[in-house]
Design a protein around this ligand. Structure first.
Ligand code: FES
Length: 118
């Protein structure tokens, strides 16, 4: 199993993706530098993952949320933990990237790896 390197929230470069008005259970899918990233509000906490399934590049974040914190890819049903990007079921066997998230001045900020790192 391949695990993506965790992004250190302390050194991440944060990008604003709009107002922090996501209700519990809602998601927002955005594009940052050509990469699709999805932010979820899970029980009041924000989490961000890449919107690219590690099985066959499906739009995983468009899938259904199950068991509170699991996202099920709409293409072939692989599940990932929204909180960590960790893969939970076949046919995927590789985690997807997860990003640190914070709220400042009413805006959601997603942390990307510092340029040149990783
Ligand atoms: S592309 Fe996501 S399970 Fe196949």
């Amino acid at each position: 199993m391949i695990t993506y390197k965790k992004i250190d929230p302390a050194t991440a470069e944060y990008v604003a993706i709009g107002p922090a008005d996501l209700s519990k259970g809602e998601r927002r899918i955005v594009e940052i530098d050509g990469a699709a990233i999805a932010v979820f509000n899970i029980a009041g906490t924000l989490y961000a993952i890449a919107d690219v399934c590690s099985h066959d590049d499906g739009p995983v974040a468009e899938g259904e949320l199950v068991n509170g914190h699991e996202i099920e890819c709409p293409r072939h049903g692989a599940r990932f933990d929204v909180r960590t990007g960790g893969v939970l079921s076949f046919p995927a066997i590789v985690d997807i990237p997860a990003y640190p998230v914070k709220v400042e001045n009413g805006e959601i900020l997603v942390g990307l790896p510092p340029e040149g790192a990783g």
